[in-house]
Design a protein around this ligand. Structure first.
Ligand SMILES: [Zn+2]
Length: 212
């Protein structure tokens, strides 16, 4: 239903440029999303975590090749899905560089995009990303992309995002969903990355125990 909303927004405003992204390399991306994208003739970017590839619930390297065969873009979501805001410079560099190299080896094409785990950006992320060979960094800040910026905001599609709200987001006609996401993001920024990170990491461990 989101893909139809994208088409409707394009018809309504004529110039909607949308990037569809999936983080983490979940197996459901292959099982559910890929066929929908292919049948609606859309491409998306899939940000995978090499250390999770092949684990339970995640796609395999063969799946990554399948994505490429269908014309999808494959980007890096770091090597091990660490919170980069809490990593030292050497770890940040290796998370960015090694993941990019591994994905490039499998897909045979350049990996240009990086998505930040949890949206956490360490100071100087632009420099780290450029040094590792990336040309854009996808964040979790809700908003629209100014193409002159290396940092790309995104709007997370939560279960509360209705097709009507998505059309409003895409056509820029005023979306309560987007405003709510922006307020939440500001609140998260206000409490600081360290406190938010601790809460986020506890949640991730709980999620991995329950789902993994
Ligand atoms: Zn993630």
């Amino acid at each position: 239903m989101y893909l139809e909303a994208i088409d409707e927004a394009r018809v309504a405003s004529g110039a909607v440029d949308v990037m569809i992204t999936f983080d983490d390399g979940n197996a459901s991306d292959i099982e559910l999303a890929l066929s929908e994208l292919v049948s609606s003739k859309k491409t998306a970017s899939f940000f995978i975590v090499p250390s999770l590839v092949g684990s339970k619930g995640y796609m395999t390297w063969d799946d990554v090749v399948t994505l490429r065969m269908h014309g999808m873009v494959v980007g890096s979501h770091t090597l091990s899905h660490r919170n980069l805001a809490l990593c030292d410079p050497r770890t940040i560099a290796s998370e960015l560089t090694e993941s990019r190299a591994m994905i490039q080896t499998v897909t045979g094409v350049s990996v240009d995009a990086l998505a930040l785990p949890g949206g956490f950006a360490p100071r100087g992320i632009g420099r780290y990303a450029k040094e590792a060979g990336y040309s854009c960094v996808l964040t979790s800040r809700p908003g629209y992309w100014d193409r002159r910026s290396l940092l790309v905001p995104r709007v997370c599609a939560r279960p509360t995002l209705t097709p009507t709200e998505l059309r409003a987001v895409l056509t820029g006609t005023g979306s309560a969903y987007l405003r709510y996401e922006q307020v939440k993001y500001m609140a998260r920024s206000a409490i600081g990355p360290r406190v938010f990170s601790m809460v986020y990491d506890v949640w991730c461990r709980w999620r991995d125990r329950v789902i993994g």
